[in-house]
Design a protein around this ligand. Sequence first.
Ligand code: T4K
Length: 413
Amino acid sequence: MGTELAIFGAPPRFSEPLHVGRPNIGDRGRFLARVDKMLDRRWLTNNGPYVAELEARIADDLEVEHCVAVSNATVGLQVAAKALGLTGQVIVPAFTFVASAHALRWIGLEPVLCDVDPRTHNLDPERIGELITPATSAILGVHVWGRPCEVHALTEIADEHELKLFFDAAHAYHGSLSGVPIGNFGDAEVFSFHATKFVNAFEGGAITTNDDALAERLRLARNFGFAGVDQVVAIGTNAKMSEVSAAMALTSLESLPDFVSVNRTNHLSYARGLEDLPGFTLATYDPADDPNYQYVIVEVDEAVAGLSRDDVVRVLGAENVLARRYFYPGCHRMEPYSREDPSAIDRLGVTEALSERVVALPTGTAVDVDDVGAICEILAAAVEHAAQIRAQPVPPAVEGWVPEVIDPRPAKG
Ligand code: T4K
């Protein structure tokens, strides 16, 4: 295609925008039937029957003792942190969605940002020791892209320093490690069922744990501290999942094998389409971990590809492919962390590099192999015409979304 690229003025390859994070809908009829039933019984929230069914289903699927459904994963992380009695500092990866850090900061904890492993994009256990202080109360691992953290190494560190260990499993429903489903690790794990996630409840999440006493505290904290009618025994918040969200999550879970299958097929197609493209490295999944393949993550090596990651985002944007720079620019370059700990940059070399190189590409049930094939063709043409692209300003007349590539970074040095 080459000069037919939209960035050179050709019509965009896709007439409708192709998003990263387009929700998987599942069986619409089953969902609507559930909603009808819900309306008939006039039980809309506050630990309703769908929430109870969802919690039982998840606990069963993940082979975990307790599941506590919540209104979203951000609040779920806060409820977990409170129920774990965390104080002071919590070690968190810098390369994550900002919710992992913000959830803690919002409740007065201090997220201490740690670098990640360049191979896994997950918290690097080797870098944790240097950040532990007398104020550290916990480590929060994030299973980024649904790939499991180095759970065993993190557990050893947490045990040695008597720290709590919990996981942001927002991306990781369905994954496992050495045959143990994610949901069973650390003191607790927190899943997101946001619309863009593998299991979708519009907005929603779940906390899982094998600790009976912790589960009780989680349930209290989720519902204002109510232990029974008129009986408040603890400080709590409102983190309850509504019935309509639980109905959606249950419907989503029924379609889970289809979602995995589509994601796996798309991932394989990307792998084939990109294998000979210089400077493009697709993040892989280990099939033994039974992953959900929900994210298609590519690292762009500008020195080899001749194009930067931001050039790639611009080329795709012109074609109506709305690729995302997750997790640009890294938590350490966002407020308030950039202001409160500006020297964090010095210890976050891998996060810095990844946030410059990583791009998330569209997948999920709204994307098929033909779409993937077209995206790979666009990328191949972009590499072939890299020099022209770098010289070419984005034509203002290009239809559709063209990402704003504004660098919010303070100058180095
Ligand atoms: N921890 C981690 C590691 C996370 O990634 C997240 C959330 C959390 C914790 C917190 O979980 P929750 O509290 O949300 O349960 C999106 C999601 O809003 C966010 O949930 C997610 N991570 C993050 C990775 O992605 P944005 O700012 O990129 O959202 P937005 O509005 O740009 O949407 C993403 C794409 O999805 C767009 O291209 C449009 C498309 N989209 C989105 C929605 C909501 C649709 O096509 N339909 C939709 O209904 O954060």
